[in-house]
Design a protein around this ligand. Sequence first.
Ligand code: HEM
Length: 563
Amino acid sequence: MQTSQKLLIYNQFNKNIFRVIRERSTVAATVCPYASQTETNEVEIARIKNETTTKYLPYTQVPGPKPLPIIGNTWRFAPIIGQFKISDIATMSFLLNQVFGRIVKVSGLMGRPDLLFVYDCDEIEKCHRNEGPTPFRPSMPSLVKYKSELRKDFFGDLPGVVGVHGEQWREFRSRVQKPVLQLSTVRRYVKPLEKVTDDFLQRCTQHLLDEKSELPNDFSNEIHKWSLECIGLVALDTRFGCLDEKLDPKSEPQQIINAAQFVLRNIAILELKAPYWRWFPSISPMWKRYVANMDYFVEICMKNISKATERLKAGSEGALDGEPSLIELVLREEKNEKLATTMALDLILVGIDTISMAVCSILYQLATRPEEQQKMYEELKRNIPDPNTPLTIQTLEKNKYTKAFIKEVLRVYSTVIGNGRTLQKDTPICGYMIPKGVQVVFPNLVVGVDDEFVSDAREFRPERWIKSPDNDTNLHKFASLPYGHGARVYWEHIYFYACKFKLIFFLQMCLGRRFADLEMQILLAKLIRNYKLEYNYAPLKYAITFMYAPDGDLKFKMTRREE
Ligand code: HEM
């Protein structure tokens, strides 16, 4: 489609909308106050509604790459003949926007509904605001098959939140979200997560740095181990032991590392490149390995949740300095080991790669931006004058620049490149009537750097996130949603000088967001307060494995800072 045509459609759409708004306001202004107002308005609104529905362009006219007969668009990811490797999905997302505009349809994907890319933050906002209490999130079909078919006997009616939709999702989520998102639970983890991070930094300095003070080529694996160790604590009250000096290949921590890598790194391949396991699972070696690794995770979760139950039965003190841990809270409240196991499994599945890839990206940006790193260091030095002082939630709160830096990396290099929803009803988007069942993709990565929604969008400027009178940056609320979005609210009681206040919070879809923020802030506070990070090699490109991150060896130079 020609650009002029695309513009025409878009302008037509805008004109229609403005006309409807004009007509509505004229209706309101000219109605006689003594006439039967409601009746007139209803007739008028029905007429306008009817007119607008017929004015939307049909779904078939949404622009996009043309699918080939039978093989559709899946061939675009096929080896040799395909245009895109899985790792190119981010580039593809930018390209679709450049070539086709604000709304793009990719149809004919083998075994999947059409994907509809929406590159307009106002439209993304509307989609989120209209999604209702049980948003339907297109999610990993492999996990859906595993939970709802293969291991249905275990997961039953409470299969968790990941790969689950509708009422089952809402039921599970409402039973676990309070303890997971509650600030009072999260802040109990500062000390244990600081210990994990101290162990990680000690491992870096004592075992990983070479004679040039550089970290090894596979440093991203080490970050992965740190995040596994963090999630073991959060989801299972346990230290897996992934940061131990030498791991036996048969040891439990090494097997956990291998299982996590296999399950998470092969999902995109399973689902986009070789989806034939859906029809012929018994002849797909990759699917069989996936199932074996998932079974292993379930086993690890069950084992550790049983230990927590035993502790509770024995009446022992809470696992976190006498206070109850997340798992203990859920077990106490719900008295359901299976539910706790499923929650732990979901947290582990989603909470390893997301955070390790985000950390790879954040550290790479810090190492290649000395000015910003210096600003972070100065802030940390100011707020933590003695580097040996244990961290507290209050100290972390004060590190405004550090927090802003994390947000800016997640805006410009969004680790999760896109989020999505499956439409539950026919919905008008960008002037087209999109039918129920289509998967709408919100491409974080592309809209986050679009000048229309963010001022000087390509400029890396953490300060834009810090409130100040001279910061007049335009930043559309829906341009950077690295953790997704939820339409609903929840409340929490806060005590202040013996008074009880009820605070309302907007629900974030990412169940682990508070833990993710905490883990990243602790790591940066410990690392940058004490060490200088450099990267002295050719710049790295970003690519997708499962997440969006620098593609190459993170051979950082790490040197102790002089006090
Ligand atoms: C920087 C790190 C992370 C990023 C960028 C991230 C991003 C996301 C996104 C985009 C979603 C989908 C939200 C939506 O549908 O609107 C999500 C969901 C989720 N995340 Fe995270 N996440 C991160 C870390 C974590 C961690 C550490 C955990 C576990 C401790 C976690 C657990 C979850 C869970 C369980 C869900 C599914 C929630 C539900 O369906 O109700 N995430 N995350």
